[in-house]
Design a protein around this ligand. Structure first.
Ligand code: 3H9
Length: 683
């Protein structure tokens, strides 16, 4: 039973219980419709309270149903039946009222909410627009501007803002259900308020819509749904209610069947599956109540900020007092920056900083549950740190190395109880980036991996299990991106043409701009290490830029020139000269942006397939999440491997063969060729 009814005098309480989030499945829609019809026929009932069991009010339509044809009863009909019921319905909202959940609430005559409730129309995040009146009723209730903000961004607002906007009538401080029943009793005998469908829509002029359209377009970068949500709201202000509903519904149904919606649903479920790899089913994770970080440089300070944001007390270990003070001021700078950007209050920032204790003595670590080493990428230095940690920490403490390229097996070679040691690869800035690669060694226990995953969840990050190889998943793919970008330069492209093509594809930045921002020296250091190990690394032009000290924005020149104090990339004659001298006679380069992007992305897909083939990643969706959350791959394309399937693996292979025959890409990987035969990436 998803819907039950109880009675308190003249008030009926309709209670929804459809775990985990009371999503509007077909059965729930059916039962709700049934309840409306039934209660309308019960003369003793004067008003109805609609409440939900569990942690939340209705979180929206059931996303699992979106891959299939829509089935009756349809949500707009359920909302309309509540709106036109003979008795007033009072929504008692806690947790979240999202998407279809908010649309149901908009059909009710009154909306009451508990404090700390979230409201929103997040449909655009799933590549769709509201399909049951969200874009039609909401502007009639809270005005066009606020409705546009919510429906085009998918952002949620809290109870306080919802109250100010007039989205809810009352905030119930105590027991929500009791409060809602009392409220319902207080309206017995009053005329039922006119439904939103009978209110006239507020009007806006052409300038408003022109401005709104250009704002939405510049924010949504290739995503279709936000502009469609805006168009539906605009239409709802220009035509009558029924025509507006019909327009919204047909846009919703078109988008529901679109590639972008399929891609965004794929990401939605991948994000929820990532923290629960099947092989860790039932494996316990010891709680982490305190932490220490060794090294207070950029990475260490970011990790400390992330740990403090999650409420863990942190000890910062440095080699001497001066370094400890420097580390602490790095952490302070992060919190100060958040205060400056109004992301944190000064009080909270002070509290978070006060929870960081500095020390130069490893003996202070004997009781901590977790230590993350974040010192310089040098094997010998890191091994020495873990020797000290092994001696100082309890045998249960989780010991982790934050490394991007070194082999955790070697770093932890001398750790005592090595089953509690693993790699945790944070992405910079570590307090912001949501990705955490979890890299077990050959002897790490499942319990330690489970604990690493639990840590990621505590920090609000997405944990991806990665195997050991040079660069793990993310940086291994990044090497391909950079090598391909340089190959294109040798073929006749310019850095700005390549960067523009990748932005056009949907990346936040092109590969050359990104290197200039982060600095070319880190990758140069890694190339040197790889060459020392006897590996061939292709970076002829980057090598020459580093040789002449062009390390990016910090040296006022890298792949581009920069005017002093300005971050605007300017084409560089020096770089053009180096490219010419490396490339010799450059052929004409008639490629358009799409072809340039393919020449970078397709080899990455091939490498992704190799990563899967070698079991470095457990499944293709994990690679998608690494690219989305670590490098800004457009979410609406579903991630790297999803995109590969979308364009067709045969097409990818054919194009790669063509590129490699011109010396512009490696040949397709075995993993990719096998995936073409099986039609999927497996996993
Ligand atoms: C819509 O409403 C369209 C309408 O306008 C028109 C229709 C005609 N459906 O995130 P969590 C599952 S579009 C199915 O880890 P939290 C989720 O998969 C929809 N399942 O929890 C997971 O399952 P599992 C608009 C859903 O506490 C479990 O619930 N609504 C749905 O961190 C827990 O999820 C949205 O876009 C769903 N709608 O966060 C809201 N939602 O345990 C999407 C969740 O098997 N949902 N599940 O992996 C959310 O934003 C968050 O889940 C929420 C809770 C904030 C509610």
């Amino acid at each position: 039973m998803t819907v039950t009814t109880s009675y308190q005098g003249q008030i009926a309480v309709v209670s929804i219980d459809n775990p985990p989030v009371n999503a509007l499945s077909k059965h729930l829609r059916h039962d709700l419709l049934d309840a409306v019809i039934r209660l309308d026929a019960e003369p003793a009932v004067e008003a109805v309270v609609l409440a939900c069991e569990g942690r939340t009010f209705i979180a929206g339509a059931d996303v699992n149903e979106f891959g299939k044809p829509p089935e009756a009863p349809h949500l707009p009909d359920v909302v309309a039946s509540i709106e036109h019921a003979k008795k007033p319905w009072v929504a008692a909202i806690h947790g979240n009222a999202l998407g279809g959940g908010l649309e149901i609430a908009l059909g009710c005559s009154y909306r009451l909410a508990a404090p700390k409730t979230n409201f929103g129309l997040p449909e655009v995040k799933l590549g769709i627009i509201p399909g049951a009146g969200g874009t039609v009723r909401l502007p009639r209730l809270i005005g066009v501007e606020a409705a546009v903000d919510l429906a085009t961004s998918g952002a949620v607002i809290g109870t306080d803002k919802a109250r100010v906007l007039g989205l809810i009538d009352t905030v119930v401080e105590g027991d929500l259900r009791e409060g809602a029943v009392s409220y319902a009793q207080s309206i017995v005998g009053l005329p039922k308020p006119p439904p939103l469908s009978l209110r006239s829509a507020p009007q806006k002029d052409g300038d408003f819509w022109g401005q709104a359209e250009s704002t939405v377009r510049s924010k949504s970068k290739g995503e279709i749904a936000p502009s469609k949500a805006l168009a539906s709201i605009r239409n709802a202000t220009e035509v009558d209610f029924h025509a507006a509903m019909a327009f919204e519904r047909s846009t919703f149904l078109d988008l529901r069947a679109s590639k972008q919606a399929a891609a965004l649903r794929h990401v939605f479920f991948a994000e929820r599956a990532a923290p629960r790899p099947p092989e860790l089913n039932g494996v316990p994770a010891l709680e982490i109540r305190s932490a220490a970080v060794v090294g207070g440089g950029t990475m260490g300070a970011g990790i400390i900020a992330a740990l403090r944001n999650a409420g863990l007390p942190v000890i910062l270990i440095e080699r001497d007092e001066e370094a400890a003070e420097r580390g602490l001021s790095n952490v302070r700078a992060i919190f100060d920056g958040l205060v400056k950007r109004s992301r944190l209050t000064a009080e909270l920032a002070a509290d978070r900083l006060a929870g960081v204790q500095t020390s130069t003595d490893y003996d202070t670590l004997k009781d901590v549950d977790l230590v993350i080493e974040a010192v310089f990428e040098d094997l010998v230095v890191k091994q020495a740190v873990f020797k000290s940690l092994s001696e100082a920490c309890s045998a249960e403490a989780l010991l982790a190395t934050n490394t991007s390229y070194l082999d955790p097996n070697q770093i932890g070679a001398h750790v005592e109880n090595p089953e509690r040691f693993l790699g945790l690869h944070f992405f910079s800035p570590a307090n912001v980036m949501k990705l955490l690669e979890i890299v077990p060694t050959s002897v790490t226990s499942p319990e330690a991996v489970a604990r690493g995953i639990a840590l990621a969840r505590l920090l609000g990050k997405i944990p991806i299990r990665a195997g050991v190889c040079d660069g793990f998943i993310g940086n291994r793919l990044l090497k391909v991106t950079r090598a391909q970008a340089e190959r294109l330069l040798l073929a006749g492209a310019t850095p700005s043409a390549v960067d523009a093509a990748m932005r056009q594809f949907g990346m936040p930045m092109g590969p050359f701009e990104a290197q200039d921002l982060g600095g070319l020296d880190i990758a140069a250091f890694q190339r040197k290490a790889a060459r020392t190990r006897g590996e061939a690394v292709f970076a002829p032009i980057a090598d020459r830029l580093c040789e002449i000290g062009r390390l990016g924005q910090k040296t006022s020149g890298g792949w581009y020139d920069y005017a002093p104090g300005d971050r605007k990339p300017l084409p560089s004659d020096v770089v053009a000269g180096i490219i010419s001298s490396e490339a010799g006679d450059r052929p004409s380069f008639p490629w358009d942006g799409e072809t340039i992007a393919e020449a970078i992305i397709f080899p990455m897909i091939s490498e992704g397939a190799a990563i899967l083939d070698e079991r470095i990643a457990l499944c293709a969706a994990d690679i998608d999440l690494v690219e989305i959350h670590g490098y800004g791959f457009p979410r609406w394309r579903g991630g790297l491997m999803h995109y590969g399937l979308e364009v067709g693996l045969t097409n990818v292979v054919e194009r790669l063969k063509d590129l490699s025959s011109q010396g512009l890409a490696p040949t397709p990987s075995r993993g990719l060729v096998e995936a073409v035969v099986s039609g999927s990436f497996g996993g």
